[in-house]
Write a protein that binds this ligand. Structure first.
Ligand code: ZN
Length: 65
């Protein structure tokens, strides 16, 4: 089972800082913009990481137009 991580929202494509917290959950952090995601499984971690940027921001931008 292999999981592909997308580039960060900031465009960073290098190595990410992955941490396992006492075997309870995992976190992944971008060293460039410090965006971080957490999950209980590596699969969930990749899923969270690959999610597109917050849809809230899109709504706010749309309202400005
Ligand atoms: Zn980033």
């Amino acid at each position: 089972m292999s999981t592909v991580l997308n580039a960060c929202h900031c465009g960073y494509t290098g190595a990410l800082a992955g941490t396992q917290h006492r075997g309870l959950f995992y976190s992944l952090t971008c060293p460039e913009c410090h965006r971080s995601v957490e999950a209980f499984t590596l699969e969930g971690l990749a899923e969270n990481w690959n999610k597109p940027a917050e849809p809230k921001q899109v709504a706010e931008e749309a309202r400005d137009v």
